[in-house]
Design a protein around this ligand. Structure first.
Ligand code: NDP
Length: 294
């Protein structure tokens, strides 16, 4: 089969190109989109994510603030910072990098962010807007990026059976709502760790989304020939041949699955680059809404 390799880097660049135009228009009207990224603690992976987000802002001319707070930061101090950012007119989007240290109540932090600045789309107001298909809300960036990839590659979703493995609030659940919504019109099944005969279920999918966090879980026996496979997983596996001692792989056994499917996202270079591009898109959207620019 002539498999289409879905290029997330190229698609993300196209998204950024569109954003450059929108940002220029905002600047001409006297507005600069602003994003505050808050990191509590010293998780190395989180530091990499936060730095990439700040860098992406710089490349697009989005104003950014990076708050690196020590691990021992109290819940009260973090909430006070969020209050300040909620009232800072230069800031249109606020993101608190997950996971915070264990003594921080992440749900309380999400609740404190002004829903109009919740560019991660985690606040209950935005979750409700997604479920209600109200376009004024913010949708979590990774599933939004997956939808953008399907659109970019002209992949039909209407009437198709989509199976999503994973039911997290960050990926699986919002992805299900986007695919079942009136713009996509897919029929959706969500699988999780208690699903029986996962492979058999997945084989019924026209579109298979893997958001599990288990390297190589999805093998050829999970995939109907000709299906479209979106691999959201980002997993580190040991690899002594690499300078860092590990490599990044997805939830899909790419070597086995790629030859039998119609289209597939590689890891890295598939869904990953889209997440930050969509964060930038949400920040621009927040700025437009705050400034009353249509
Ligand atoms: P979570 O751990 O929050 O959720 C994982 C889901 O997978 C759960 O619903 C869990 O089921 C399910 N699951 C776990 N094991 C199995 C199994 N053996 N069979 C079936 N289902 C299983 O992860 P996230 O949604 O946050 O992330 C998923 C993956 O996506 C990770 O690799 C993460 O790194 C990656 N990711 C990538 C992003 C990107 O930018 N590309 C962004 C966000 C995440 P249950 O609910 O029953 O426990």
């Amino acid at each position: 089969m002539n498999t289409i390799i879905i290029d997330g880097k190229r698609t993300a660049e196209r998204v950024r190109d569109k954003l450059r135009t929108a940002i220029e228009q905002l600047k001409q009207a006297g507005h600069i989109p602003g994003l505050a990224v808050v990191l509590v603690g010293e998780n190395p992976a989180s530091q990499v994510y936060v730095n990439s987000k700040v860098k992406a802002c710089e490349e697009l001319g989005i104003y950014s603030q990076k708050w690196s707070l020590p691990t021992e930061t109290s819940q009260k101090e973090l909430l006070e910072l969020i209050d300040r950012l909620n009232h800072d007119d230069r800031i249109h989007g606020i993101l608190v990098q997950s996971p915070p240290p264990p003594h921080i109540d992440e749900a309380a932090v999400v609740l404190r962010i002004d829903p109009r600045k919740d560019v991660d789309g985690f606040h209950p107001v935005n979750v409700a807007k997604l479920v209600m298909e109200d376009p004024s809300g913010f949708v979590p960036c990774t599933p939004m990026g997956c939808m953008e990839l399907l659109k970019e590659y002209g992949i039909e979703t209407q009437g198709k059976h989509a199976v999503i493995i994973g039911r997290s609030m960050i990926v699986g659940k919002p992805m299900a709502h986007l695919l079942m919504g009136k713009h996509a019109n897919a029929t959706v099944t969500v699988a999780h760790s208690r699903t029986t005969d996962l492979a058999g279920l997945c084989r019924t999918a026209d579109i298979l989304v893997a958001a599990v966090g288990r390297p190589g879980l999805v093998t050829a026996q999970y995939v109907k020939p000709g299906a479209v496979v979106l691999d959201v997983g980002i997993n580190r596996v040991e690899d002594s041949t690499r300078p860092r001692g590990y490599r990044i792989v997805g939830d899909v056994d790419y070597a086995e699955v790629a030859p039998i499917c119609r289209a597939i996202t590689p890891v890295p270079g598939g869904v990953g680059p889209m997440t930050i591009a969509m964060l930038m898109a949400n920040t621009v959207k927040a700025c437009r809404a705050a400034c009353g620019v249509g």
